[in-house]
Design a protein around this ligand. Structure first.
Ligand code: SF4
Length: 203
């Protein structure tokens, strides 16, 4: 069984609630979106067997991030996760929120969902994905990239006060232009976290 892999590397997690944790990253090749501010080159890659993939992981780092592109496009993702778990890795799934597979979500130790607002050019998400996160706050986060008022209005529509793990992520190039005091007043319980790996200039 082969998987379409763009790259495998070790770095720190730069986004969301797990920021700063050193981990392995497996980046998959394809995506079903074409976000205007996408900063990831994910299209090239090669087919790899699971054993080749595992050989490239650092076993001293407990976490493996499945990222992309969009990992949920990989038909045999559940198989990969099970196999990685037999190697004692913990699994973080980073997904754009448009695809739902309960089996995959339940296998993961943490699911990070990016809900795409209007500035992405791809507004929308899967209702089942949102609902899964809202029901499983101990192992999920919901992230929205904010570039402008349109994104904040989108966030207002999806926001639910009882869910604890909302993250607003300032879009990198718009970071200096956002009115953070206004955002804090409107959403006092929401964390605002920029892409730390870019601040540190690590991949
Ligand atoms: S979903 Fe993610 S990887 Fe895909 S185009 Fe959008 S930002 Fe890029």
């Amino acid at each position: 069984m082969k998987f379409r892999i763009n790259e495998i590397f070790q770095s720190i997690q730069g986004e969301g609630l797990m920021v700063g944790i050193p981990m392995n990253f497996i980046r998959f090749c394809r995506c079903n979106r074409n976000c205007l501010w996408c900063d990831t080159d994910f299209e090239d890659g090669k087919e790899m067997e699971i054993t080749e993939i595992i050989d490239k992981l650092n076993e001293s780092l407990p976490w493996v991030s499945l990222t992309g592109g969009e990992p949920m496009l990989e038909e045999n993702l559940a198989h990969m996760i099970r196999r990685l778990k037999t190697e004692n890795f913990k699994i973080l799934l980073e997904t754009n929120g448009t695809l739902f597979n309960e089996e995959v979500f339940l296998l993961c130790d943490f699911v990070s969902v990016d809900l795409k607002g209007p500035s992405s050019g791809n507004e929308g998400y899967n209702e089942y994905t949102l609902s899964y996160c809202l029901k499983n706050p101990e192992k999920t986060q919901l992230k929205v990239v904010i570039q402008n008022d349109g994104d904040l209005n989108f966030f207002k529509r999806v926001y639910q006060d009882e869910y604890p793990n909302w993250v607003l992520q300032p879009e990198w190039k718009s970071m200096d232009r956002l009115d953070y005091h206004r955002i804090i007043e409107e959403f006092p319980r929401v964390r605002i976290i920029p892409q730390i790996h870019k601040v540190m200039r690590v991949r």
